[in-house]
Design a protein around this ligand. Structure first.
Ligand SMILES: [Zn+2]
Length: 73
C-alpha cells in the first residue's frame, strides 16, 4: 500500500488523531494505529481501523466540545 497523495511508502505507527464529529465537537483518539507516509507525513487508516473508529465516534456524546478516547482494537 502506498500513499494516495505522493505514492511514498507507508509505515505503521501509533499516534493520536483528532476527529471532528460535529460543528463544535472534536474527539481525540489516543494510541491509534495508523499508516504514515515516510515522504509527506500523510496518515491513512486501514479499513478495519476506520470501522472501529466509526463505532467509537458513534458512541460519543456530541454535546461535549472535546472528548478524549483511548483507542483499543
Ligand atoms: Zn505521501
Amino acid at each position: 500500500m502506498n500513499c494516495r497523495i505522493c505514492g511514498g511508502d507507508l509505515e505503521p505507527r501509533v499516534t493520536d488523531l483528532p476527529f471532528k464529529i460535529a460543528e463544535f465537537s472534536i474527539v481525540i483518539l489516543k494510541a491509534l494505529p495508523v499508516l504514515q507516509c515516510t515522504q509527506c507525513g500523510d496518515t491513512e487508516l486501514e479499513h478495519a481501523t476506520m470501522q472501529r473508529v466509526d463505532q467509537l465516534l458513534a458512541g460519543v456524546d456530541s454535546q461535549a466540545e472535546l472528548e478524549v478516547i483511548r483507542y483499543a482494537a
